[in-house]
Design a protein around this ligand. Structure first.
Ligand code: ADP
Length: 341
């Protein structure tokens, strides 16, 4: 009994905060779901954490985008968040630009401790430069500092994101450290909360599943037929060999089997590969069904939510109100410490 109430007391005093966000650059896919949303859900249900989630629409402006559709896309991702099970009563869920005054402001202050060279050498920046050579802007260079501001404005210490975000988290830690050293702030150094799906491969056989790579992804709102036809295109081999491939199309398919049908099913196919052979038609059909079984309730919830736009508006406003209270405090503190307040 005593132990129990003590734990409760500790939990009430040490509030670890969680922050995670996704860009509204298209509908969410399995990579976003497994690499990020699953971790967000796990932490939302963990009594040791206060959870804050955001749709990072300002981040979307750092690469070419359509300003006519951005607002609707951000709202779409907000509804996706609720559809996968994020709960606006339990968590504070925002659209980033509702706090643009505070977040962009903090991002600018944070930029005072980071060198241009450090930002230019980031692998994620170099990749984006290759992808969009005509759009190498200051906003793009600043992307990781905007992300650091998203996290540090709530003094969050845990960040449920995919493994591709690790270089950005390293920047967030560095910024926190440097701000604390230079100005005496008390930012925690945030670490990544990893899920089993921290790296979801592309359907094309190489690289990660991504919104920006055509044909690489299965979207959360794909129906069974779409999933079947997308999986049909995934590259395979003869289905038999001495050694199960560890990379490429077959390895990726087996990774999907593990994620949606479990480790035993994957082992079963591995044994088949080195004995009688895998029939990929069967594997893909079964896998498509397993994926759809997980997506169906999410899609049904989305249909329900879309019937009630007033509720969505209310929840967006609620998230902004809850988050603003924390964010304002941090920005005031930082301004004072920097001699600006
Ligand atoms: P995308 O890369 O598709 O444009 P975002 O950059 O908006 O998606 O990422 C949103 C979240 O989804 C981040 O936490 C990111 O790490 C995660 N994520 C994106 N793609 C994958 C993937 N293929 N595997 C695991 N996590 C991913």
């Amino acid at each position: 009994m005593i132990k129990c109430s003590l734990k409760k007391e500790i939990m009430n005093t040490i509030r670890n905060r969680v922050l995670a966000g996704m860009r509204p650059t298209g509908r969410l896919h399995l990579g976003n779901y497994l690499g990020a949303a699953k971790g967000m859900l796990a932490l939302q249900d963990d009594p040791d954490f206060d959870t804050l989630f955001t749709v990072v629409d300002i981040h979307a402006t750092t690469t070419p985008y359509d300003q006519k559709t951005l607002k609707a896309s951000a709202r779409d991702v907000f509804i996706d968040y609720l559809s996968v099970g994020l709960d606006p009563e339990k968590s504070a869920i925002t659209i980033q630009s509702d706090l643009s005054d505070l977040i962009t402001q903090l991002s600018f202050y944070l930029s005072s401790v980071m060198s241009v060279a450090r930002m230019q050498h980031l692998p994620t920046f170099k990749e984006k430069v290759k992808q969009h050579p005509d759009n190498v802007t200051m906003a793009l260079l600043n992307y990781p500092l905007l992300m650091a501001a998203d996290i540090l404005i709530y003094k969050a210490s845990k960040v449920p994101v995919g493994i591709d975000q690790e270089p950005h988290l390293e920047i967030a830690r560095e910024v926190a450290r440097k701000m604390n050293e230079r100005f005496g702030t008390d930012f925690p150094e945030p670490t990544r909360f990893a899920t089993v799906g921290e790296y979801v491969p592309s359907l094309l056989g190489g690289g990660k599943m991504s919104k920006s790579v055509e044909g690489s992804s299965i979207e959360l709102d794909d129906n069974l037929d779409t999933i079947i036809s997308k999986l049909k295109k995934a590259p395979t081999d003869s289905g038999r060999g001495n050694k199960v491939p560890v990379e490429g199309g077959v390895a990726n398919l087996l990774q999907f089997v593990k994620l949606f049908e479990g480790e035993d099913s994957r082992k079963h196919y591995e044994i088949l590969y080195t004995s009688s052979g895998i029939r990929y038609g069967d594997l893909k059909k079964q896998l498509a069904e397993a994926i759809f079984a997980e997506l169906k309730p999410i899609q049904e919830k989305r249909v329900e939510l879309e019937k009630n736009p007033e509720y969505i508006d209310k929840m967006i406003a609620l998230g902004a109100k809850k988050s603003r209270a924390i964010a304002e405090k941090t920005v005031e503190e930082v301004k004072k410490k920097m001699g600006l307040g």
